[in-house]
Design a protein around this ligand. Structure first.
Ligand code: FPP
Length: 237
């Protein structure tokens, strides 16, 4: 198939799963799996800017991931800071705009400051929006949007009748972005795990047994090829 002629997804979401199992298979601590997972993050971001995909959303840390052992949580935060340290200049040079989905207030001061500084430094970039879910939950995002609109009604800033799909979407972390076209979940799990529940309404799903640390640019291209063979009807015929 000549995939160049087929429509590319504009917005890809990835639930980066399987780091722990990847490490376990090698008798390594889980943290090694996460470390290897970060290498795939930069590889896939680069693949997206090469393929001209304008929006990429990655699930790095969910509102439920706080239940993990404290050492694993702090290691994930450390890896995130290292990622910013190591790659922020490169992201800037390649026109990547970083956007955080999730409540950053609960992150430690050091992580929050680094993340917010990275968001600020990349805010005028235009080539690829990289959404990172950090302390993110899809239900939480929807509740926050509902509360924000309720507050606007209470303050008489808007009328209840003004609450439509567009008004609601302006309160989401993905304000002004297109919905998800393709949701990828490696590692063999067949669930959505509270990721971008609103934005995936008409997304195509792509599941694979590959563990995230083994996920390469070729895997991404394979998922895009499959996506391009789908017949998207958006409720029509
Ligand atoms: C799921 O694997 C993975 C996570 C909860 C963390 C994902 C985070 C990264 C890849 C690194 C940090 C991100 C950035 C953006 C630098 P799991 O631990 O649940 O694996 P398992 O299901 O095999 O145990």
């Amino acid at each position: 198939m000549d995939s160049a002629k087929k429509e590319m997804p504009k917005h890809i979401g990835i639930i980066m799963d399987g780091n722990g199992r990847w490490a376990k298979k090698r008798n390594l601590p889980r943290t090694y799996g996460h470390k290897e997972g970060v290498k795939r993050v930069i590889e896939i971001v680069k693949a997206c800017y090469k393929l001209n995909i304008p929006y990429l959303s990655l699930y790095a840390f969910s509102t439920e991931n706080w239940k993990r052992p404290e050492q694993e949580v702090s290691n994930l935060m450390f890896l995130l800071r290292s990622f910013i340290d190591q790659y922020l200049d490169e992201l800037c040079e390649n026109g990547v705009k970083l956007n955080i989905m999730g409540d950053v207030l609960a992150l430690g001061d050091k992580t929050r400051e680094m993340v917010m500084d990275a968001v600020k430094r990349t805010e005028s970039n235009k080539d690829l929006v990289l959404n990172i879910g950090l302390n993110y939950g899809g239900q939480d995002e929807i509740l926050r949007a509902a509360k924000a609109l309720a507050q606007k009604v209470e303050a008489k800033e808007i009328n209840v009748d003004a609450i439509d799909k567009e008004a609601f979407e302006r309160e989401l972390y993905t304000k002004n972005q297109p919905p998800l076209d393709l949701l990828i979940r490696p590692s063999g799990e067949l669930r959505v795990s509270n990721f971008m529940l609103w934005q995936l309404a008409y997304a195509e799903f792509w599941f694979s047994d590959i563990l995230w640390p083994d996920f390469t640019e070729e895997t991404l291209k394979g998922a895009i090829d499959d996506y391009q063979c789908r017949n998207r009807r958006f409720g029509g015929v």
